[in-house]
Design a protein around this ligand. Structure first.
Ligand SMILES: NC(=O)c1ccc[n+]([C@@H]2O[C@H](COP(=O)([O-])OP(=O)(O)OC[C@H]3O[C@@H](n4cnc5c(N)ncnc54)[C@H](O)[C@@H]3O)[C@@H](O)[C@H]2O)c1
Length: 351
């Protein structure tokens, strides 16, 4: 069962970014599996899964900035975790054009701070850093990227995550030469699932259009992305951390993407609007955005093989389930926690 080895750790898992979308689902998953954890993040957004699911009451954590090394080091030393999962980031491509320096400070220097603090805390055995599928040099051919492909980020967000990867490579070398925790890097695709409110992301934009009655402006309808249910890569991260803790040699980076080829933005819209029927009004911007890459696809056969990890949902089912989650949450038919619990139970059930 996923997480069995993590239950035996002496200390909790330290999660940066626990108030964000992935961090909230990770807290729900760890709570369900009975694995101790402690969060460190900025204040949760007013409208967020963290607030809607009342996770502040269910999980331990503090408000803190990863750019504040002194505070971060103090908290991590006090918590004495056995492992770190570093999710905290400025994760939005379009925002990174407006705030490039802040994006680099959080995503690159913030990652160096997290690794420095982890290396100075003797209880930490492994640190898993979450980057992205957008770190690969992308000529938009649609070829599926493998872990050994060259890295290059054109937009400020992708470039900041490539810089974070360089930081990880440096600390992997420090670990090899001077000892210290293992440093692992995970690259996943576009995650979807209930409770994402982020700006300029497709499913949250669909939900905002449905609830406000406004027309959804669809950017780059022919662009492709590896869509996946958020719980699929999160389970992959836990399995990766487990082999990092239990074996002496493990890959330094792994992809976690869907099994089938990436779907277009318009396919996602088609599946979503079939479920919402007449409620979704659409306007397609047929120009492909210069700000974001056109095609993106990941080859995850290494994590399939090494971790025995496979996504539980295909992309279409992940989209359908996400829309269904929102349908229940918006109508009040069941609580946010009940809907999340349903997904967690399904995601960890045997195939
Ligand atoms: N959502 C996706 O589709 C996707 C895809 C690939 C990779 N990722 C990566 O996964 C991670 C989590 O993404 P998400 O979608 O949950 O993002 P999110 O915006 O929902 O959450 C970001 C989290 O980071 C925290 N944070 C931001 N700046 C911080 C700072 N300076 N100090 C401390 N905490 C800070 C926020 O408080 C929040 O808890 C990020 O590293 C992101 O780059 C996400």
């Amino acid at each position: 069962m996923v997480g069995d080895n993590l239950k035996r750790l002496d200390g909790p898992i330290f999660i940066t970014g626990h108030t964000g979308f992935k961090g909230s689902w990770l807290s729900l998953l760890l709570n369900h599996l009975g694995i101790g954890h402690f969060g460190y993040s900025l204040e949760a957004e007013v409208d967020s899964l963290y607030k809607r699911a009342d996770l502040g009451r269910m999980s331990k954590g503090v408000v803190g900035d990863i750019r504040d090394l002194e505070n971060l080091s103090k908290v991590i030393k006090d918590v004495r975790p056995s492992a770190v999962i570093h999710l905290a980031a400025q994760p939005l491509v379009l925002r990174s054009y407006q705030e490039p320096l802040e994006t680099f400070q959080t995503n690159c220097i913030g990652t160096a701070n997290v690794l420095k603090a982890a290396f100075e805390t003797p209880s930490v055995e492994s640190a898993l850093v979450i980057t992205t599928d957008k770190v690969y040099r992308n000529n938009n051919s649609g070829r599926r990227f493998v872990e050994s492909d060259p890295l290059e980020g054109k937009d400020p967000y992708s470039a900041s995550k490539v810089a974070a990867e360089a930081v990880c490579a440096a600390w992997q070398q420090i670990s090899k030469i001077s000892g210290g925790p293992k440093v692992l890097v995970a690259r996943a695709g576009n995650v979807i699932g209930g409770g994402d409110f982020a700006k300029d992301r497709l499913i949250p934009d669909v939900i905002r259009a449905v609830t406000s009655g406004k027309t959804l402006e669809v950017r780059s309808p022919l662009a492709t992305r590896p869509w996946q249910h958020v719980l699929d890569p999160l389970i992959g991260y836990l399995k990766y951390l487990e082999i990092g803790l239990t074996t002496s040699s493990q890959p330094s980076a792994l992809n976690f993407g869907p099994t089938e080829s990436s779907l277009t933005v318009s396919k996602v819209i088609e599946v979503a609007s079939n479920l919402f029927k007449e409620k979704l009004s659409l306007h397609f911007d047929n120009f492909s955005s210069q700000a974001e890459s056109q095609n993106l696809d990941l080859d995850s056969s290494r994590s399939n093989r090494i971790l025995d990890w496979k996504p539980k949902w295909n992309q279409e089912d992940a989209i359908k389930r996400t829309i269904e989650w929102w349908g229940s949450a918006l109508s009040g038919a069941s609580s946010v926690i009940e809907e999340c619990e349903k997904d967690v139970k399904y995601s960890i059930s045997p195939s």
